[in-house]
Design a binder for this molecule. Structure first.
Ligand code: PEP
Length: 255
């Protein structure tokens, strides 16, 4: 099955409202010219203004995290319905920095995933192993546990819009990118676990993105692999030249 490439940018805790709007505006032309779907994840503070700037453009906008309750006495949180009202269409869930610094677990990933789907937003769930886990030979067990924990008892029908981002923790923000073969092997394994849980048809349709030190000069090789359906980009998504370069690389990889 042909799966539409996604090039997504996780801005993390970077860029002011004005800087985010400027960057989003600078991505519009390459997003419009690209076959790939382009998504940016600004900070919660700038998401509404960036979404407003992206109205009627080919750049979609998402939040980097949501709480699983819709509203109430949950100081400091943002919810999926509020993200939708602010113009978001995507939610990033379970990024390794949230697992590492903010106590995210497979159980809370599942709760956030359900809340995202209930609000009619598209979820991008991050998984990935640490270097110690890889070196100990636990790659497959870690990925399998994370996927099964995230999906929980949701059905293939409910998860039609789910996108998985495979992000080896050792490659995030380090400049050490997985080789094309390491990434392809992990993606093929992720797809096999999705097939085991949701069936072959759902696995074939699911988009699985690679994340971890993606740059314009390594993107085409990764995106050219059969089970790699796009990229989640951190550092290189913060500058228009490098992010546009990765959007362009998606076109190069698909010819
Ligand atoms: C990320 O934060 O999801 C990421 C992949 O970061 P970087 O591209 O900087 O490694």
């Amino acid at each position: 099955m042909a799966r539409r490439t996604i090039i997504s940018g996780n801005w993390k805790l970077n860029l002011s409202v004005a800087e985010g709007v400027d960057l989003a505006n600078a991505l519009k032309d390459s997003a419009a010219a690209s076959e790939a779907e382009v998504v940016v994840f600004p900070t919660a503070l700038s998401v509404a203004c960036v979404a407003d700037a992206c109205t009627d453009s080919a750049v979609a906008v998402g939040v980097q995290n949501i709480y699983w309750e819709d509203a109430g006495a949950f100081t400091g949180e943002a919810s999926a319905p509020l993200a939708k009202a602010a113009g978001c269409s995507w939610v990033l869930i379970g990024h390794s920095e949230r697992r590492q610094y903010f106590g995210e677990t497979d159980e809370t990933v599942n709760k956030r995933l359900q809340a995202t789907l209930n609000a009619g937003l598209k979820p991008m769930v991050c998984i990935g192993e640490t270097l110690a886990e890889r070196e100990a030979g636990n790659l497959e067990e870690v990925l399998s546990t994370q996927i099964k924990g995230a999906i929980g008892d949701l059905s293939a029908d409910q998860l039609k819009e789910l996108v998985i981002a495979y992000e080896p923790v050792w490659a995030i923000g380090t400049g050490v990118v997985a080789t094309d073969e390491q990434a392809q092997d992990a993606h093929a394994f992720v797809r096999s676990v999705v097939a085991e849980v949701l069936g072959a048809e759902a696995a074939d349709a699911m988009r699985i993105l690679y994340g971890g030190s993606v740059k314009p000069d390594n993107a085409a090789g990764l995106l050219g692999k059969p089970d790699i359906d796009g990229a989640l980009v951190g550092g290189a998504s913060l500058k228009q030249d490098s992010f546009n370069g990765i959007i362009d690389a998606a076109a190069a990889a698909s010819v």
